[in-house]
Design a protein around this ligand. Sequence first.
Ligand code: FCB
Length: 453
Amino acid sequence: MEMHGYPRLASGKEPTSRHAPRSPRAPRGPGIHSDNFHFPKGFLWGASTSAHQVEGHCENNDWWAWEQAGKVPERSGDACDHYHRFRDDFDLARSLNHNAHRFSLEWSRIEPREGEFSDEGLAHYEQVVDALIERGIEPVVTILHYTLPQWVAAKGGWETPAMEELFARYVARVVDRLGDRVRWWLTMNEPVVNVFKSYIIGQWPPGRQDYPLGFKAIRHMLRSHVKAYHAIHDRRADAMVSIAKHALALQACDPRHWRDRLSVRVRSYLFNHLFLDALHKGTLRVPGLFWERLPAGRTLDFVGLNYYTRDFVRNTGFMIPGLIGDMCTLDQARNVGKRNDLGWEVYPEGLAQFLHTFSRYDVPILITENGIPADHDDDRWTFIFLHLWQVARAIADGVQVAGYMYWSLLDNYEWADGYVARFGLIGVDFETQARTVRDSARKYANIIARNEL
Ligand code: FCB
Protein backbone atom coordinates (compact mmCIF):
# COMPACT_ATOMS: atom_id res chain seq x y z
CA MET A 1 0.00 0.00 0.00
CA GLU A 2 1.21 3.49 -0.73
CA MET A 3 0.80 6.55 1.46
CA HIS A 4 1.04 9.98 -0.13
CA GLY A 5 2.66 8.31 -3.10
CA TYR A 6 5.58 6.92 -1.08
CA PRO A 7 6.01 3.20 -0.54
CA ARG A 8 5.92 2.08 3.10
CA LEU A 9 9.17 0.67 4.38
CA ALA A 10 9.25 -2.97 5.33
CA SER A 11 9.73 -1.91 8.95
CA GLY A 12 6.44 -0.06 8.78
CA LYS A 13 8.25 3.23 9.41
CA GLU A 14 7.78 6.31 7.31
CA PRO A 15 10.30 6.60 4.51
CA THR A 16 13.23 8.86 5.33
CA SER A 17 13.47 10.57 1.96
CA ARG A 18 13.78 14.32 2.41
CA HIS A 19 10.68 14.61 0.23
CA ALA A 20 8.65 12.51 2.57
CA PRO A 21 5.76 14.41 4.09
CA ARG A 22 5.84 14.74 7.87
CA SER A 23 4.59 17.16 10.42
CA PRO A 24 6.83 20.22 10.63
CA ARG A 25 7.95 19.54 14.20
CA ALA A 26 7.93 15.75 14.21
CA PRO A 27 10.60 14.73 16.72
CA ARG A 28 13.63 13.07 15.16
CA GLY A 29 16.70 11.58 16.72
CA PRO A 30 20.18 13.07 16.90
CA GLY A 31 22.03 13.66 13.66
CA ILE A 32 22.38 16.17 10.89
CA HIS A 33 19.00 17.20 9.60
CA SER A 34 17.13 20.46 9.50
CA ASP A 35 15.12 19.90 12.71
CA ASN A 36 18.37 19.95 14.61
CA PHE A 37 19.51 23.39 13.51
CA HIS A 38 17.26 25.15 15.98
CA PHE A 39 18.90 26.64 19.03
CA PRO A 40 17.25 26.23 22.42
CA LYS A 41 14.83 28.81 23.74
CA GLY A 42 16.65 31.43 25.83
CA PHE A 43 19.95 30.78 24.04
CA LEU A 44 22.38 33.64 24.77
CA TRP A 45 23.56 35.31 21.57
CA GLY A 46 26.10 38.08 21.49
CA ALA A 47 29.73 39.09 21.42
CA SER A 48 32.61 39.68 23.84
CA THR A 49 35.10 42.42 24.60
CA SER A 50 37.62 43.12 27.35
CA ALA A 51 38.35 46.39 29.09
CA HIS A 52 41.98 46.95 28.12
CA GLN A 53 41.29 46.01 24.51
CA VAL A 54 38.41 48.44 23.91
CA GLU A 55 38.08 51.10 26.61
CA GLY A 56 41.20 53.16 25.96
CA HIS A 57 43.59 54.66 28.50
CA CYS A 58 43.66 51.94 31.12
CA GLU A 59 46.71 53.80 32.37
CA ASN A 60 46.97 52.30 35.81
CA ASN A 61 47.50 48.62 34.91
CA ASP A 62 50.50 46.39 34.23
CA TRP A 63 49.75 46.14 30.48
CA TRP A 64 49.81 49.90 30.05
CA ALA A 65 53.20 50.00 31.81
CA TRP A 66 54.40 47.14 29.58
CA GLU A 67 53.38 49.10 26.47
CA GLN A 68 55.04 52.27 27.72
CA ALA A 69 58.23 50.31 28.34
CA GLY A 70 58.24 49.42 24.64
CA LYS A 71 57.79 45.68 25.20
CA VAL A 72 55.22 45.34 22.42
CA PRO A 73 55.19 46.90 18.96
CA GLU A 74 51.98 48.90 19.45
CA ARG A 75 50.39 50.77 22.34
CA SER A 76 46.70 50.58 23.17
CA GLY A 77 46.18 54.37 23.47
CA ASP A 78 42.54 55.30 22.85
CA ALA A 79 41.65 51.74 21.77
CA CYS A 80 37.97 51.99 20.71
CA ASP A 81 37.23 54.73 23.23
CA HIS A 82 34.53 52.36 24.38
CA TYR A 83 34.85 53.84 27.88
CA HIS A 84 32.95 56.84 26.53
CA ARG A 85 31.08 55.23 23.64
CA PHE A 86 29.64 52.11 25.27
CA ARG A 87 26.03 53.28 24.90
CA ASP A 88 26.36 53.77 21.14
CA ASP A 89 28.18 50.46 20.83
CA PHE A 90 25.39 48.71 22.73
CA ASP A 91 22.81 50.37 20.46
CA LEU A 92 24.58 48.67 17.58
CA ALA A 93 24.66 45.34 19.42
CA ARG A 94 20.94 45.65 20.06
CA SER A 95 20.24 46.52 16.42
CA LEU A 96 22.08 43.30 15.56
CA ASN A 97 19.69 41.34 17.81
CA HIS A 98 22.25 40.48 20.48
CA ASN A 99 20.54 39.43 23.69
CA ALA A 100 23.76 39.00 25.73
CA HIS A 101 27.12 40.73 25.94
CA ARG A 102 30.35 39.77 27.66
CA PHE A 103 32.67 42.51 28.88
CA SER A 104 35.30 42.87 31.58
CA LEU A 105 35.84 45.09 34.58
CA GLU A 106 39.12 46.97 34.83
CA TRP A 107 40.37 46.34 38.36
CA SER A 108 42.74 49.33 38.20
CA ARG A 109 39.77 51.67 37.70
CA ILE A 110 37.83 50.11 40.58
CA GLU A 111 40.67 49.85 43.11
CA PRO A 112 43.28 52.30 41.84
CA ARG A 113 45.31 52.06 45.05
CA GLU A 114 45.46 49.20 47.52
CA GLY A 115 42.32 49.13 49.62
CA GLU A 116 40.92 52.36 48.10
CA PHE A 117 37.86 51.69 46.03
CA SER A 118 36.85 54.33 43.53
CA ASP A 119 33.23 55.28 43.42
CA GLU A 120 33.77 56.67 39.94
CA GLY A 121 35.13 53.32 38.75
CA LEU A 122 32.29 51.34 40.28
CA ALA A 123 29.68 53.81 39.03
CA HIS A 124 31.06 53.50 35.52
CA TYR A 125 30.51 49.75 35.40
CA GLU A 126 27.13 50.16 37.01
CA GLN A 127 26.20 52.41 34.08
CA VAL A 128 27.59 49.85 31.63
CA VAL A 129 25.45 47.11 33.18
CA ASP A 130 22.37 49.35 33.24
CA ALA A 131 22.91 50.34 29.61
CA LEU A 132 22.90 46.66 28.64
CA ILE A 133 19.83 45.83 30.68
CA GLU A 134 17.91 48.81 29.27
CA ARG A 135 18.54 47.39 25.81
CA GLY A 136 17.39 43.92 26.79
CA ILE A 137 20.94 42.55 26.74
CA GLU A 138 22.04 40.10 29.45
CA PRO A 139 25.40 41.14 30.96
CA VAL A 140 28.09 38.45 31.24
CA VAL A 141 30.83 39.97 33.38
CA THR A 142 34.49 38.97 33.40
CA ILE A 143 35.96 40.18 36.66
CA LEU A 144 39.58 39.93 35.51
CA HIS A 145 40.65 39.81 31.88
CA TYR A 146 44.46 39.55 32.26
CA THR A 147 45.31 43.10 33.35
CA LEU A 148 46.36 43.80 36.95
CA PRO A 149 46.48 47.17 38.68
CA GLN A 150 50.08 48.34 38.85
CA TRP A 151 50.05 48.17 42.65
CA VAL A 152 49.00 44.49 42.47
CA ALA A 153 51.76 43.77 39.95
CA ALA A 154 54.25 45.53 42.25
CA LYS A 155 53.27 43.18 45.09
CA GLY A 156 54.13 40.22 42.84
CA GLY A 157 50.83 39.71 40.98
CA TRP A 158 49.96 36.04 40.59
CA GLU A 159 53.27 35.03 42.17
CA THR A 160 52.18 36.11 45.61
CA PRO A 161 49.81 34.10 47.83
CA ALA A 162 48.43 37.47 48.95
CA MET A 163 46.48 37.49 45.65
CA GLU A 164 43.83 35.22 47.15
CA GLU A 165 42.78 37.84 49.68
CA LEU A 166 43.28 40.81 47.38
CA PHE A 167 41.23 39.26 44.61
CA ALA A 168 38.46 38.12 46.96
CA ARG A 169 38.14 41.61 48.43
CA TYR A 170 37.89 43.15 44.94
CA VAL A 171 35.34 40.55 43.88
CA ALA A 172 33.22 41.15 46.98
CA ARG A 173 33.13 44.89 46.23
CA VAL A 174 32.03 44.48 42.64
CA VAL A 175 29.40 41.89 43.46
CA ASP A 176 28.07 44.08 46.28
CA ARG A 177 27.58 46.77 43.67
CA LEU A 178 26.46 44.81 40.62
CA GLY A 179 25.19 41.50 41.99
CA ASP A 180 21.52 42.49 41.96
CA ARG A 181 21.70 43.02 38.19
CA VAL A 182 24.32 40.53 37.04
CA ARG A 183 23.80 36.80 37.16
CA TRP A 184 26.58 35.55 34.86
CA TRP A 185 30.13 35.91 36.20
CA LEU A 186 33.53 34.81 34.93
CA THR A 187 36.08 35.25 37.67
CA MET A 188 39.02 35.29 35.26
CA ASN A 189 39.85 34.98 31.59
CA GLU A 190 42.09 32.19 30.30
CA PRO A 191 44.30 31.67 33.36
CA VAL A 192 46.51 29.10 31.63
CA VAL A 193 47.10 31.33 28.59
CA ASN A 194 47.88 34.16 30.99
CA VAL A 195 50.51 32.05 32.76
CA PHE A 196 51.89 30.70 29.49
CA LYS A 197 52.40 34.17 28.02
CA SER A 198 53.53 35.85 31.24
CA TYR A 199 55.63 33.14 32.94
CA ILE A 200 56.66 30.59 30.30
CA ILE A 201 57.37 32.49 27.10
CA GLY A 202 57.66 35.89 28.78
CA GLN A 203 55.88 37.86 26.06
CA TRP A 204 53.40 39.50 28.47
CA PRO A 205 54.00 41.20 31.82
CA PRO A 206 55.89 40.41 34.01
CA GLY A 207 57.88 38.81 31.19
CA ARG A 208 59.29 35.81 33.08
CA GLN A 209 60.43 32.46 31.68
CA ASP A 210 60.20 30.26 34.69
CA TYR A 211 58.15 27.03 34.89
CA PRO A 212 58.08 26.74 38.70
CA LEU A 213 56.91 30.33 38.99
CA GLY A 214 54.25 29.67 36.36
CA PHE A 215 53.02 26.69 38.34
CA LYS A 216 52.89 28.80 41.48
CA ALA A 217 50.78 31.35 39.60
CA ILE A 218 48.36 28.58 38.52
CA ARG A 219 47.96 27.47 42.16
CA HIS A 220 47.19 31.01 43.25
CA MET A 221 44.71 31.47 40.41
CA LEU A 222 42.88 28.27 41.34
CA ARG A 223 42.69 29.20 45.00
CA SER A 224 41.61 32.74 44.11
CA HIS A 225 38.82 31.41 41.93
CA VAL A 226 37.53 29.20 44.73
CA LYS A 227 37.43 32.13 47.16
CA ALA A 228 35.82 34.37 44.55
CA TYR A 229 33.25 31.70 43.72
CA HIS A 230 32.04 31.69 47.31
CA ALA A 231 32.19 35.47 47.61
CA ILE A 232 29.84 35.70 44.62
CA HIS A 233 27.45 33.00 45.82
CA ASP A 234 27.30 34.50 49.32
CA ARG A 235 25.93 37.62 47.66
CA ARG A 236 23.78 36.06 44.97
CA ALA A 237 22.62 32.51 45.48
CA ASP A 238 21.46 31.93 41.89
CA ALA A 239 24.65 33.33 40.32
CA MET A 240 26.22 31.42 37.44
CA VAL A 241 29.97 31.45 38.01
CA SER A 242 32.84 30.08 35.94
CA ILE A 243 36.09 31.02 34.27
CA ALA A 244 36.64 31.58 30.54
CA LYS A 245 38.75 28.57 29.58
CA HIS A 246 40.81 28.69 26.42
CA ALA A 247 40.79 25.31 24.71
CA LEU A 248 43.23 24.50 21.94
CA ALA A 249 42.69 21.48 19.70
CA LEU A 250 45.97 19.54 19.53
CA GLN A 251 47.33 17.00 17.14
CA ALA A 252 50.66 15.21 16.74
CA CYS A 253 52.99 16.65 14.09
CA ASP A 254 53.66 13.08 13.10
CA PRO A 255 50.66 10.98 14.11
CA ARG A 256 52.69 7.78 13.51
CA HIS A 257 55.23 8.85 16.11
CA TRP A 258 54.40 7.77 19.69
CA ARG A 259 56.61 10.51 21.17
CA ASP A 260 54.59 13.22 19.44
CA ARG A 261 51.39 11.53 20.54
CA LEU A 262 52.66 11.45 24.12
CA SER A 263 53.38 15.18 24.01
CA VAL A 264 49.88 15.83 22.70
CA ARG A 265 48.53 14.07 25.79
CA VAL A 266 50.76 15.94 28.20
CA ARG A 267 50.13 19.32 26.59
CA SER A 268 46.45 18.67 26.31
CA TYR A 269 46.17 17.79 30.00
CA LEU A 270 48.20 20.79 31.18
CA PHE A 271 46.71 23.27 28.76
CA ASN A 272 43.11 22.17 28.30
CA HIS A 273 42.10 20.09 31.28
CA LEU A 274 44.13 20.64 34.45
CA PHE A 275 42.48 23.89 35.49
CA LEU A 276 38.86 22.84 34.94
CA ASP A 277 39.49 19.41 36.45
CA ALA A 278 40.96 21.04 39.55
CA LEU A 279 37.97 23.36 39.98
CA HIS A 280 35.53 20.54 39.40
CA LYS A 281 37.16 17.96 41.67
CA GLY A 282 38.70 20.30 44.21
CA THR A 283 42.19 18.86 43.72
CA LEU A 284 45.12 20.14 41.72
CA ARG A 285 46.85 17.16 40.18
CA VAL A 286 49.93 16.89 38.00
CA PRO A 287 50.36 13.12 37.66
CA GLY A 288 53.66 11.94 39.13
CA LEU A 289 54.65 15.42 40.27
CA PHE A 290 52.13 17.21 42.43
CA TRP A 291 48.87 16.79 44.28
CA GLU A 292 47.04 19.29 46.43
CA ARG A 293 43.54 19.65 47.79
CA LEU A 294 41.85 22.98 47.09
CA PRO A 295 39.59 24.56 49.73
CA ALA A 296 36.54 23.33 47.77
CA GLY A 297 35.46 21.49 44.64
CA ARG A 298 32.52 21.99 42.29
CA THR A 299 33.12 25.70 41.83
CA LEU A 300 31.89 25.80 38.25
CA ASP A 301 28.22 26.51 37.59
CA PHE A 302 28.92 26.37 33.88
CA VAL A 303 31.99 26.15 31.67
CA GLY A 304 33.01 29.29 29.78
CA LEU A 305 34.71 28.08 26.61
CA ASN A 306 37.00 30.17 24.40
CA TYR A 307 37.82 28.30 21.22
CA TYR A 308 39.83 29.43 18.20
CA THR A 309 42.10 26.90 16.56
CA ARG A 310 44.28 23.76 16.44
CA ASP A 311 48.01 23.38 17.01
CA PHE A 312 50.40 20.60 15.99
CA VAL A 313 52.82 19.26 18.61
CA ARG A 314 56.28 17.68 18.35
CA ASN A 315 58.00 15.97 21.28
CA THR A 316 61.45 17.29 22.16
CA GLY A 317 62.39 15.24 25.25
CA PHE A 318 61.25 13.33 28.31
CA MET A 319 61.49 16.02 30.94
CA ILE A 320 59.48 19.24 31.15
CA PRO A 321 59.57 21.24 28.85
CA GLY A 322 60.52 18.52 26.31
CA LEU A 323 57.44 16.48 27.22
CA ILE A 324 55.23 19.47 26.55
CA GLY A 325 57.04 19.70 23.22
CA ASP A 326 57.18 22.33 20.53
CA MET A 327 54.78 23.34 17.84
CA CYS A 328 55.65 22.40 14.30
CA THR A 329 54.77 24.79 11.53
CA LEU A 330 51.50 24.09 9.82
CA ASP A 331 53.35 23.58 6.53
CA GLN A 332 54.72 20.34 7.89
CA ALA A 333 51.34 18.98 8.84
CA ARG A 334 48.94 17.40 6.44
CA ASN A 335 45.24 18.15 6.15
CA VAL A 336 45.55 21.64 7.51
CA GLY A 337 42.56 23.89 6.95
CA LYS A 338 42.52 27.50 5.85
CA ARG A 339 44.47 29.91 8.04
CA ASN A 340 43.34 33.24 9.36
CA ASP A 341 45.15 36.59 9.19
CA LEU A 342 47.27 35.69 12.23
CA GLY A 343 48.16 32.31 10.72
CA TRP A 344 45.88 30.23 12.98
CA GLU A 345 44.17 27.29 11.35
CA VAL A 346 40.38 27.41 10.97
CA TYR A 347 39.31 24.09 12.52
CA PRO A 348 35.60 24.14 13.42
CA GLU A 349 35.46 20.44 14.36
CA GLY A 350 37.55 21.29 17.41
CA LEU A 351 34.66 23.29 18.85
CA ALA A 352 32.29 20.32 18.78
CA GLN A 353 35.04 18.13 20.26
CA PHE A 354 35.43 20.44 23.26
CA LEU A 355 31.68 20.82 23.70
CA HIS A 356 31.53 17.05 24.02
CA THR A 357 34.62 16.71 26.21
CA PHE A 358 33.61 19.47 28.61
CA SER A 359 30.09 18.16 28.97
CA ARG A 360 31.64 15.64 31.38
CA TYR A 361 31.51 18.37 34.04
CA ASP A 362 27.75 18.09 33.84
CA VAL A 363 27.07 21.82 33.74
CA PRO A 364 26.01 23.98 30.77
CA ILE A 365 28.68 25.33 28.46
CA LEU A 366 28.69 28.95 27.39
CA ILE A 367 30.90 29.73 24.42
CA THR A 368 32.50 32.89 25.75
CA GLU A 369 34.80 33.51 22.75
CA ASN A 370 35.10 32.25 19.20
CA GLY A 371 36.27 34.45 16.39
CA ILE A 372 38.60 35.24 13.53
CA PRO A 373 40.89 38.11 12.60
CA ALA A 374 39.93 38.70 8.97
CA ASP A 375 40.45 41.53 6.53
CA HIS A 376 37.96 39.81 4.24
CA ASP A 377 34.61 39.81 5.94
CA ASP A 378 33.48 36.77 3.89
CA ASP A 379 36.04 34.77 5.84
CA ARG A 380 34.45 35.94 9.07
CA TRP A 381 31.01 34.85 7.95
CA THR A 382 32.26 31.45 6.80
CA PHE A 383 34.04 31.04 10.14
CA ILE A 384 30.94 31.91 12.17
CA PHE A 385 28.66 29.71 10.12
CA LEU A 386 30.96 26.69 10.25
CA HIS A 387 31.38 27.02 14.00
CA LEU A 388 27.67 27.50 14.65
CA TRP A 389 27.06 24.40 12.61
CA GLN A 390 29.29 22.51 15.03
CA VAL A 391 27.43 24.03 17.97
CA ALA A 392 24.09 22.96 16.52
CA ARG A 393 25.47 19.48 15.98
CA ALA A 394 26.64 19.21 19.58
CA ILE A 395 23.27 20.47 20.85
CA ALA A 396 21.54 17.85 18.68
CA ASP A 397 23.76 15.27 20.34
CA GLY A 398 22.49 16.38 23.72
CA VAL A 399 25.24 18.76 24.89
CA GLN A 400 23.84 21.61 27.00
CA VAL A 401 25.03 24.82 25.36
CA ALA A 402 23.86 28.05 26.99
CA GLY A 403 24.98 30.49 24.34
CA TYR A 404 27.51 31.78 21.84
CA MET A 405 29.53 34.98 22.17
CA TYR A 406 31.53 35.94 19.12
CA TRP A 407 34.96 37.53 19.73
CA SER A 408 34.70 40.40 19.29
CA LEU A 409 31.97 43.00 19.06
CA LEU A 410 34.53 45.58 17.85
CA ASP A 411 37.91 45.56 16.16
CA ASN A 412 40.24 46.16 19.07
CA TYR A 413 43.73 46.10 20.60
CA GLU A 414 44.95 42.53 20.24
CA TRP A 415 47.71 42.53 22.91
CA ALA A 416 51.15 41.87 21.42
CA ASP A 417 49.59 41.80 17.92
CA GLY A 418 48.41 45.39 18.28
CA TYR A 419 45.78 46.74 15.90
CA VAL A 420 46.41 44.69 12.76
CA ALA A 421 44.15 41.80 13.77
CA ARG A 422 40.57 42.73 12.91
CA PHE A 423 38.24 40.49 14.84
CA GLY A 424 35.19 42.76 14.98
CA LEU A 425 31.62 42.22 13.88
CA ILE A 426 31.84 45.98 13.81
CA GLY A 427 34.82 47.62 12.11
CA VAL A 428 36.54 50.50 13.89
CA ASP A 429 38.49 53.28 12.21
CA PHE A 430 41.07 53.98 14.92
CA GLU A 431 41.75 57.51 13.58
CA THR A 432 38.17 58.73 13.69
CA GLN A 433 36.54 56.11 15.96
CA ALA A 434 33.88 55.61 13.25
CA ARG A 435 32.07 52.27 13.49
CA THR A 436 31.06 50.19 10.44
CA VAL A 437 28.70 47.28 10.82
CA ARG A 438 30.08 44.43 8.73
CA ASP A 439 27.97 42.12 6.56
CA SER A 440 28.92 39.16 8.73
CA ALA A 441 27.35 40.99 11.69
CA ARG A 442 24.08 41.31 9.73
CA LYS A 443 24.09 37.67 8.73
CA TYR A 444 24.76 36.71 12.33
CA ALA A 445 21.84 38.98 13.33
CA ASN A 446 19.56 37.01 10.97
CA ILE A 447 20.54 33.74 12.60
CA ILE A 448 19.84 35.22 16.02
CA ALA A 449 16.44 36.50 14.86
CA ARG A 450 15.45 33.04 13.62
CA ASN A 451 17.25 31.21 16.46
CA GLU A 452 18.31 28.65 13.88
CA LEU A 453 20.91 28.18 11.19
C1 FCB B 1 41.69 35.31 23.60
C2 FCB B 1 41.66 36.44 24.60
C3 FCB B 1 41.10 37.72 24.04
C4 FCB B 1 41.55 37.97 22.64
C5 FCB B 1 41.32 36.76 21.78
C6 FCB B 1 41.70 36.93 20.33
O1 FCB B 1 42.64 34.37 23.93
O2 FCB B 1 40.88 36.08 25.70
O3 FCB B 1 41.45 38.76 24.92
O4 FCB B 1 42.86 38.37 22.64
O5 FCB B 1 42.03 35.68 22.30
